[in-house]
Each structure stands twice: as C-alpha cells, then as structure tokens.
Unconditional design. Structure first.
Length: 284
C-alpha cells in the first residue's frame, strides 16, 4: 500500500548534492520528497526525477503557492504545479500555511498570518481552488513561528483542524516546527500535538534547527541544517503515539551532509515507525 493510502515509511528530502549517488546506489529508503519549484522548468532535473520514480514513491512539497495571501493565487504558478503533479504522479502533495507574495512580487520567505476566522475563509478558498485543480487532497504544513500576532484568537492547531474540516485537506505535521514555535513563543509543544486531529494528519516532517542568542534569550531557527534534536525525537514519539505510524520525512537543506548521514536519520525514524501502533489496532 502506497503513501497515498496511508501506509507508513521513512523518506528523505532529495537535494542536488545527493542526486548522482541516489541514481548510482538506489539506497533502501521508502520515499523521496522534492520542492515543486525546482522541477517546474522541465529539462534534465525532471527527467532525473522520472528515473528515480521507477524505484521510489515521490512527494511534491511546494513553497510558492502563498496559501495565506490576501491576494488571489497566482494562476500561472498553480498551473505549473498541476502540470508537474500530472507528469510525475506523486503519492503526496503539500504546501505551507504561509504567504510569500505581495503585489505580484515573490518574497524569499514563508511569512506568517493571523489565525482569525477571516484568514481561515481566505486560506480555505485558496486550498479549495488548489485541490479542485489538482484533483487530489492537499496537505498543509504548520509553520515555524518567531512572533505572534496580537489579533490571533485561534490557536494554530485549531485553525488547521478547522481548515481540514472546511476543505477536506490533510495536515502535514512538522514536529520540528511544533518544537521550535513552542520554545520561541512559550507554548507547550506536547499540548499542541494533543490538539491536532489525528484523522487529518497525512505526513510528518522532522528536521534539525539552530539555537541563536537574542539579547540573552535563545531563539530557535528552523534552518534544516543539523541532525534532528533529541527533544524533537521525543516529541516525534509522542506524535506517533497520537497519530499512529504516519509517513515521515527527514529534511536537511543547509550544511547538507553526506547522503549516508541523512539515510541514518531516516532509518531512526523508520525504526520508530515500525514500533508505532496504528490507531485502529489499539485496545480501548
């Protein structure tokens, strides 16, 4: 049973330094995730992805749809994404709960939005349009946070649950982001997980983070540039206890290590997945 049907497996984010080694060695990892925008131009990159698709399930992870923008979605960008999805037929497609465009200009950041019912209506309409065009369910990822809007009456987990109920979308639970945001904002990451609807979660992300000093106070930065921290592994165990064995990806985007290091991180996640109990197998 593939990822699209809910079976578990541990995967890695495919990055350029590892492509040749992946093609040559075909290591035993369950699936690969790529950033959509890196493959929208066609050419050798997409042909390489099609070669890897023969041996691995794929997931497409977007960073440019700007689901949280108050403006209309970029129709051309959505069309490019749709053509990519149609070409490689990934098991999963996901995007971020964030905005990154203003006045037709793309910003190189995933920016936060206030969690209000007005914002929920806007994001819900955007998600609905994306799903209608892609003819499939979209997974929406919780962001990493460094500040909170004053006018943000809904808890992030509740906002995401309401979005899933309103649109039928799924959730991509980034456990590292839950931990980073909780530490930065003074919230309890475990309580956050306990609020998330398990039935909506279709994928989990794990990654490393950096710790910076801001006037004597530590600020965690979601830089995807280190091994998964021990605290995040422990939070991941809690996520598996709540959600069951959900397909899990290890991301590493800066200071990229040798492929073997990333595969070892994925193997750790895989062992935890295999030990997790599916929700429908638990006794009352």
């Amino acid at each position: 049973m593939g990822l699209a049907e809910g079976s578990a497996g541990s995967g890695i984010g495919l990055r350029a330094p590892h492509v040749a080694e992946m093609l040559a060695t075909r290591p035993g990892v369950a699936w690969l995730e790529v950033h959509a925008e890196n493959y929208m131009g066609g050419g050798p990159a997409i042909r390489t992805l099609e070669r890897l698709r023969r041996d691995y399930l794929l997931s497409i992870h977007g960073v440019g749809l700007s689901l949280g923008s108050a403006e209309a979605l970029d129709a051309a960008h959505l069309e490019r994404l749709a053509r990519l999805v149609e070409r490689v037929e990934p098991a999963l497609v996901s995007e971020h709960l964030a905005w990154s465009t203003f006045g037709g200009v793309y910003l190189n950041h995933l920016l936060p939005l206030p969690y209000t019912r007005e914002a929920l209506a806007v994001v819900g309409a955007h998600v609905g349009r994306v799903q209608d065009r892609l003819h499939r369910r979209l997974l929406v990822e919780n962001p990493s946070s460094y500040a909170r809007f004053e006018d943000s009456p809904l808890a992030e987990a509740d906002f995401l649950n309401m979005l899933a109920r309103r649109t039928g979308c799924g959730l991509l639970c980034d456990v590292n982001n839950v931990y980073v945001s909780g530490r930065n904002l003074g919230d309890d990451p475990a309580e956050y997980l306990d609020r998330v609807d398990p039935a909506a979660v279709g994928e989990i992300h794990l990654a490393g983070h950096a710790v910076n000093d801001a006037d004597g106070r530590p600020i965690l930065i979601d830089d995807h540039g280190a091994p998964v921290a021990g605290e995040v592994w422990r939070l991941y165990a809690r996520a598996l206890a709540r959600f069951g064995p959900v397909a899990t990806l290890v991301e590493w985007d800066t200071d990229i290590p040798p492929l073997a290091v990333l595969l070892e991180e994925a193997a750790t996640a895989g062992a935890m997945l295999r030990a997790a109990t599916p929700p429908d197998a638990r006794t009352a």
